[in-house]
Design a protein around this ligand. Structure first.
Ligand code: NAG
Ligand code: NAG
Ligand code: NAG
Ligand code: NAG
Length: 223
């Protein structure tokens, strides 16, 4: 009987160890990468070529919105204009972009909103909502795209940014350290493996989860 309980508890423990990654892979996706996928689906549906998801561009997009913090108006307009030079002098080094691979940025779209929007809504309601952004989206000379997003406080506002380039795919805006670049503290960007921090509202804290598992195991032992 004793042995039975023990193996049951052990099974539970293993189950608990396995469960959190499953839970998190669902709630902690990368919405920036999802936006790139939606953007590419939109393009290919219109018979335009797929754009390469560039983590280097994505990281600079994240840097761009990071600089705009506090500059979202009540009408959800981003009121912020970082100097052009910031791309090469500040954003690129902060991301760890290999400078010789720095290309031309052929378009950018920035948007903000008090509350967090799911990727498909962010795409249609924040990023691609007027003629200007629609024509940028459809431009045939783009080769790569990157998306960055950040929510500065739990309550927002949230900022989204899309950057395009016409440089040679996979050899412009290359991140050093074999593509890993420099780890970013806030937000998330497309093409990166790290999940978004504060981009999403939901999510179970892992310590809570383990605590629950611990309680379960204790209960099992008592039975
Ligand atoms: C953000 O807004 C403030 C106040 O209007 C302004 O001084 C600042 O330059 C803006 N930031 C950027 C990066 O444009
Ligand atoms: C597409 O982007 C290129 C490069 O930025 C620009 O020169 C061109 O005018 C754009 N084409 C259209 C149709 O907007
Ligand atoms: C592409 O996105 C734009 C903006 O959201 C939308 O108006 C258009 O219908 C979309 N096109 C396709 C083919 O999904
Ligand atoms: C760039 O890299 C991606 C992912 O490794 C690959 O799918 C794509 O075909 C490459 N594009 C070019 C133009 O080399």
């Amino acid at each position: 009987m004793m042995k039975n309980n023990l193996s049951c508890g052990l099974l539970y423990f293993l189950f608990c160890l396995l469960l959190p990654p499953l839970v998190f892979s669902h709630t902690h996706g990368n919405p920036a990468t999802e936006i790139v996928d939606i953007l590419n689906k939109n393009r290919t549906d219109q018979k335009l070529h797929n754009l390469n998801d560039s983590p280097g561009l994505g990281c600079m997009a994240l840097q761009y919105v990071g600089l705009c913090k506090g500059n979202c108006t009540d009408n959800n307009v981003v009121n912020c204009k970082p100097p052009e030079d910031d791309f090469v002098e500040v954003f690129a080094p902060n991301c760890g972009i290999e400078l010789p691979t720095f290309g031309t940025i052929t378009g950018h779209i920035v948007g903000c909103q008090r509350k967090y929007l799911e990727p498909s809504l962010a795409f249609s309601q924040i990023l691609i909502k007027d003629k200007k952004s629609l024509s940028l989206l459809r431009n045939k000379s783009h080769t790569e795209v990157g998306v960055g997003l950040v929510g500065l406080h739990k309550k927002g506002p949230f900022f989204w940014c899309v950057l395009f380039t016409d440089g040679k795919a996979n050899s412009t805006f290359v991140l050093e350290n074999r593509g890993a670049g420099i780890k970013q503290k806030k937000g998330c960007y497309s093409g990166s493996n790290t999940p978004c921090s504060r981009g999403q509202k939901h999510g179970v804290s892992s310590s809570n989860f383990f605590f629950m598992c611990y309680v379960f195991i204790l209960l099992f032992k008592l039975l």
